[in-house]
Design a protein around this ligand. Structure first.
Ligand SMILES: C[S@@+](CC[C@H](N)C(=O)[O-])C[C@H]1O[C@@H](n2cnc3c(N)ncnc32)[C@H](O)[C@@H]1O
Length: 247
C-alpha cells in the first residue's frame, strides 16, 4: 500500500472522465490507468470477496467460471481448492485488467486457469454446463446484469452453485427478514457510484433469490478508503440452481 498509488486510484475514481462509445471502451478508459495498482486499493474497498469464494466447495475435477474477474485475484482466494478444479475461467471485457490476470496466471504457473476476454452475458465454455459461477463486484458494472444472471443460470448444471458479492441498496420496502436502508443510503450510494458506471440496484437480491435456491444471504456494510464516516452496503449471496430446471 502506498500513498502515491492511493492518489492515482482516487484520481481515476473521482476525477477522471470515462470515455468511449462501447461498454468495453468505457471499461478500458476507466481501468487502463489503474490496472497495476488495482488489487492493493480494491482490497480495502471490495469487502467479503475472500469469504464468498472460500465458502464454496466445488467438486473435485469441477469447472468454475468467474464472470467479470478483473485481475483474477479470486483464483488466489481459492487456495488449495484451485488445484482440484479441472478448469477455472476468468472472464472479463477489460483488456487492461485481464492483462494483469494473464501475468498472474503465468507467474503462478497455473495450468488450469484461463483468462478470456469476453462479455459475461454471452460466454459459454467448451465444457458446456459447469459447477460454479461467481460474480464479485461485477454485476453492478454489467449494464444488462439480468442477462448475466440468466446466463449464469444457463451455464450451471442442476444443483450447481452461484456466488455473488456486490454493492447494493435495499428496496424501500424489502421483503421480510431483509435489511432496510434509509432514504440517504438509498439515494447517496447509487449517485456516488453512478459517476463511475457502477450501478447499485435494489433488484439484484430479489432477482437472484427468485431464480436460485438461497443457501446463504448476508447483508452488510463496509469501509471505503478515505471516507471514514460512511459505510457502503454490500451483500453476499450463495445459491443453488434447482435440481429441476423450471426457470
Ligand atoms: C469492480 S470490478 C471487479 C473485478 C473482480 N471481480 C474483483 O473482485 O476485483 C468489475 C469487473 O467487471 C468487468 N465487467 C464489466 N462489464 C462486463 C461484461 N459485460 N463482461 C465481462 N466483464 C465485465 C469489469 O471489466 C471489471 O473487471
Amino acid at each position: 500500500m502506498s500513498f502515491f498509488n492511493d492518489l492515482k486510484m482516487l484520481w481515476h475514481i473521482v476525477l477522471h472522465r470515462t470515455r468511449g462509445k462501447t461498454h468495453q471502451e468505457r471499461l478500458d478508459s476507466f481501468y487502463s490507468g489503474q490496472a497495476s495498482g488495482y488489487d492493493d486499493f480494491r482490497r480495502r474497498m471490495l469487502h467479503s470477496r475472500e469469504e464468498m469464494i472460500q465458502s464454496i466447495d466445488p467438486p473435485a475435477g469441477g469447472v468454475w467460471i468467474d464472470l467479470g474477474a478483473g485481475t483474477g485475484e479470486n483464483a488466489e482466494h481459492l487456495g488449495d481448492k484451485l488445484g482440484t478444479l479441472s478448469k477455472m475461467y476468468l472472464i472479463d471485457l477489460s483488456t487492461s485488467l485481464l492483462e494483469q490476470a494473464k501475468q498472474r496466471v503465468e507467474h503462478r504457473g497455473w495450468t488450469n486457469v484461463e483468462p478470456v476476454c469476453h462479455d459475461a452475458t454471452t460466454f459459454v465454455p467448451p465444457e458446456g454446463q459447469v459447477d460454479v459461477v461467481t460474480f464479485s463486484y461485477s454485476l453492478t458494472m454489467i449494464p444488462d446484469w439480468f442477462r448475466a444472471v440468466d446466463q449464469a443460470y444457463k451455464l450451471l448444471k442442476p444443483g450447481g452453485t452461484l456466488g455473488i458479492v456486490d454493492f447494493y441498496v435495499a428496496r424501500k420496502y424489502p421483503a421480510d427478514a431483509h435489511v432496510k436502508h434509509g432514504w440517504t443510503t438509498r439515494s447517496f450510494w447509487p449517485l456516488w457510484f453512478g459517476s463511475d458506471n457502477v450501478f447499485l440496484n435494489s433488484d439484484h437480491v430479489p432477482y437472484v433469490e427468485n431464480k436460485f435456491e438461497t443457501i446463504r444471504l448476508e447483508e452488510r456494510r463496509g469501509k471505503i478508503p478515505y471516507m471514514p464516516f460512511v459505510r457502503v452496503p454490500h451483500y453476499v449471496f450463495i445459491g443453488r440452481k434447482p435440481a429441476t430446471d423450471e426457470a
